[in-house]
Design a protein around this ligand. Structure first.
Ligand code: SAM
Length: 285
């Protein structure tokens, strides 16, 4: 489903923007099976052979492919982990390219918050991919709706905050709001020097956006967004989440997968019915 051409362009722009930071000493990433971000960083001179690269992959077969990629041997300090990145902890990261394959779920958001608070070096940078639309975890969707109903000024707040600080106007579709709202909450105690937003359609025509923040600093609360903890608590979901240890983003992805499979099955059964009618007709039935 991914749009290779668009993604290549965006990846290159991201690393070109990062060139202004000089050589990256410590890079955190989800390299994916072709390890394209590491290749791009190397070809643009953002990494040297001494850049400390921390790479994560949670899918076993993709992990094996990455492991066998020769480019890994070009780096003296590269560690590849077969692990979910949201279960890792970091310090002094200069640049993190968090190219998740889906929307920003609660689990990723909580982890990103911790990374920004304690894992990114002063003036470090982060680029994060977010998907709009049906993959939004349903629980998050419900929470955000509840939140907006109780705080009707927030829609306006998000619209202006994104336009002013991230430089991107968003439309008022709740699906598009949610990842932006969550990112605003995550960023509430941070400022950054520059932000770039790239938007593109993947081949399934879903809208993806990549947000790149350069020069991140901790600050006094710089906007009035609620903390993630607060919105979870307000929805009464935090306890539930703890109790059931639910992985929300995973649950969202699974429910989307199930819907897709059911759609496919329905199409198949419709096709089977049509074929059966044809066979009956042909047999004079
Ligand atoms: C979109 S690809 C990365 C592409 C690459 N960054 C590039 O520049 O082309 C994302 C990869 O991260 C893996 N992934 C997604 N979420 C993850 C997570 N939470 N922990 C570890 N790996 C994850 C996926 O299996 C996939 O291989």
């Amino acid at each position: 489903m991914w749009n290779r051409r668009e993604k290549d362009k965006i990846r290159k722009k991201i690393f070109t923007n990062i060139q202004e930071l000089g050589i990256i000493k410590k890079y955190l990433c989800l390299p994916g099976e072709d390890v394209l971000c590491i290749k791009t960083g190397k070809s643009l001179g953002v990494f040297t052979t001494d850049t400390h690269i921390l790479a994560y992959e949670n899918n076993t077969s993709i992990f094996q492919k990455i492991k066998n990629n020769n480019i890994l041997t070009d780096f003296n300090k590269l560690s590849l982990h077969h692990q979910d990145i949201t279960e890792s902890q970091h310090k002094n990261i200069d640049f993190a390219f968090l190219d998740f394959c889906g929307t920003l779920g609660v689990k990723e958001a909580m982890w990103l918050q911790e990374l920004l608070n304690n894992g990114i070096s002063r003036n470090g940078s982060v680029a994060i991919t977010m998907l709009w639309g049906p993959q939004t975890p349903p629980q998050l969707y419900k929470l955000a709706q509840k939140f907006f109903k109780n705080n009707n000024t927030y829609e306006q707040h998000i619209l202006s905050s994104f336009k002013n600080s991230i430089g991107m106007p968003i439309d008022k579709d709740i699906n598009k709001f949610i990842p932006c709202f969550i990112l605003c909450c995550v960023l509430q105690n941070h400022t950054f020097d520059t932000a770039y937003v790239y938007r593109y359609k993947d081949l399934g025509k879903r809208t993806m956006q990549v947000i790149q923040l350069i020069g991140i600093k901790k600050s006094q609360k710089n906007n009035n967004f609620p903390s993630l903890e607060k919105i979870l608590q307000q929805g009464g979901e935090k306890q539930k989440m703890k109790k059931a240890n639910v992985d929300w983003s995973e649950a969202g992805r699974k429910s989307w997968e199930t819907r897709r499979l059911n759609m496919k099955k329905k199409k198949r059964s419709d096709a089977a019915k049509r074929a059966w009618v044809t066979i009956r007709k042909n047999n004079g039935g």
